[in-house]
Design a protein around this ligand. Structure first.
Ligand SMILES: *[C@@H]1O[C@H](CO)[C@@H](O)[C@H](O)[C@H]1NC(C)=O
Ligand SMILES: *[C@@H]1O[C@H](CO)[C@@H](O)[C@H](O)[C@H]1NC(C)=O
Ligand SMILES: *[C@@H]1O[C@H](CO)[C@@H](O)[C@H](O)[C@H]1NC(C)=O
Length: 318
């Protein structure tokens, strides 16, 4: 795995230098301010007392104890765009603890919600964290994938991003921490973990109508998360803390009834042709992920689905 990482990093660097100018001016924190304020952009969903920030307000901490976890959400909704955040997950014995970073059209678990999830499933000390991703359209999920990671997500901050336009949804993470600076600006620097395609026909699997908020949360899921629920949360180790920073949303911010940005398809890099498909460099990285890191793919689970869902017939390579 070591050599593979080195070669994909080299490709990424090369592409970065090619792409630097067209993209560099497009990306910004939500209102262009570097002194980003939590209160300006987020609300705490539950349990204020489990939320803390660093003295300068730039790092946010969510904690979980036996009483409760905690979560926050953006004040704004977005339809399409590029969303990224740096997370450092609970280290040590984190079995049973789930840290989530997701987009959802609803503030609750509404029956018609659309949702895009990153869930980080904790583990016993020294055992690997897994990433579970899912896609919901109109309240229907059951589209899980699980991946191993190629780095320790608890040691330092790493970037996790979602690209969402009307052609595809990509879940990405950084290839190596030295690139975090650049990854904030160019999605080509990040390794695609999962690609979820739309088809050119009307369908019921691709979420593309409802604007979504962005959420993060930490909670106890020891009934299912780690080895299927066999490993329980060790509460003598609590509180469990996940850390967040550098939220970026470069997307179409929703305004009722319709924001101007939903009707254009050429103004934003995240909705232009090159963001409709994987680039050649991303295809190499994605192939490497497919070969080495996929633990579970619902599209391969014919025991669970007598007939595989329609979207499983679409190729991520197109
Ligand atoms: C960022 O947005 C918030 C809320 O809309 C506003 O209060 C704040 O002044 C903005 N900051 C800048 C630098 O525009
Ligand atoms: C936790 O570690 C065990 C043992 O290495 C592994 O089988 C499992 O897939 C890991 N992750 C989860 C979420 O169960
Ligand atoms: C829970 O954590 C405590 C404190 O670190 C440790 O002594 C104990 O053995 C752990 N229990 C389990 C079941 O791992």
């Amino acid at each position: 795995m070591e050599t593979k990482i080195v070669s994909s990093v080299a490709i990424v660097l090369f592409i970065t230098s090619l792409m630097a100018s067209p993209h560099s001016s497009q990306s910004a924190s939500p209102n262009g301010s570097s002194a980003f304020s939590f209160a300006d952009n987020f609300d705490i969903m539950w349990s204020e007392e489990h939320f803390k920030t660093s003295p300068d307000g730039q790092i946010w901490y969510l904690s979980l104890d036996k009483e409760t976890g905690c979560g926050f959400q953006t004040k704004q909704r977005y339809r399409f765009g590029w969303f990224s955040m740096k997370l450092k997950l609970v280290g040590g014995d984190s079995a049973g603890v789930v840290t989530a970073y997701y987009m959802c059209s609803d503030t609750g678990a509404g029956p018609e919600r659309d949702e895009l999830d990153f869930e980080f499933l904790g583990n016993r000390t020294g055992e690997p964290y897994l990433i579970q991703t899912n896609v919901y359209r109109s309240g229907v999920g059951n589209r899980e994938m699980r991946h191993m990671l190629w780095f320790d997500p608890t040691e330092e901050f790493h970037t996790y991003s979602i690209l969402w336009n009307s052609h595809q949804i990509i879940y990405l993470s950084i290839s190596h921490h030295v690139f975090d600076e650049m990854a904030d600006r160019f999605f080509v620097d990040q390794v695609p973990i999962r690609v979820y395609k739309n088809s050119d026909k009307p369908n019921k699997f691709f979420p593309n109508e409802k604007p979504m908020y962005l959420f993060s949360s930490i909670w106890n899921a020891d009934d299912w998360a780690t080895r299927g629920g066999l490993e329980k949360t060790n509460w003598t180790r609590s509180p469990f803390v996940s850390s967040y920073k550098d939220f970026k949303a470069d997307g179409c911010q929703w305004e009722d009834p319709y924001p101007a940005c939903v009707s254009t398809t050429t103004e934003h890099w995240w909705d232009q042709y090159e963001a409709w498909h994987l680039t050649d460099a991303q295809k190499k990285d994605f192939a490497w992920v497919q070969r080495n890191l996929v633990i579970y793919d619902y599209c391969k689970d014919s025991k669970r689905f007598e007939k595989l869902p329609e979207e499983c017939g679409l190729s991520p390579w197109d």
